[in-house]
Design a protein around this ligand. Sequence first.
Ligand SMILES: [Ca+2]
Length: 250
Amino acid sequence: MPRKVIIDTDPGVDDTMAIYFALKSPELELIGLTTIFGNVTTELATTNALRLMEIAGRTDIPVAKGSDDPIAVPYSGAVPFVHGDDGQGNVHLPPPTTQAVDQSAAQFIVEQIMSQPGEVTLIPVGPLTNIALALRLEPRIAQNVKEVVVMGGNALGPGNASPAAEANIRNDPEAADVVFGGGVAGDDGRAGCDPPRLYERRASGGIRQDQRPADTAYRPHRAVLPQFFQPAYEVGWHLHPRFVSGGLCD
Ligand SMILES: [Ca+2]
């Protein structure tokens, strides 16, 4: 039985890879995308998410639009130098013909988790705003979600958004505070351990050194390619815990 997952996303070339990785993984059933600001505005993230489902021929998978702003402050703006003006590497594909569902991302997350208790895994690969809003809307999702696999946080290495901060947490630290303090625990009780697991490896130089040639190839966008792979790493870690080695929690 494949695991049901919701990817909360701000596509983003990197998140695009993660979403398609999930779609092609028989171990997972992608039951929805929820969108959030980050690489691009929430509006553009929603446009991109809808288009990705159309390209994949999976318009049966609902897309729910998320919050336009962090919990406490206005959105600081897109970062087109990373993923292009369109968030997809400046490929400027036609707009989607489908629309987001008539539910907010937080409402969608709550409905899915509460209607399928213990079955739904959240994979947020952007700021944690939607997850925090869902927790505020229905705190019991903390006990009814199967697992939350977060791409965020920076425990042991330099940040990618400041000398110390990782972008997804930095883009809404108040939301991260709500989520990490919200009583969400995985079925093995190791909630909060996974971002350090990833970032310890990144900080060790393993990922950066491995991907250096590709990083150079992507220089027109001045991107750091390992960041493009990290959301896919999140999905991969969920499939196979040893997909990413090392970490604080072993
Ligand atoms: Ca992302």
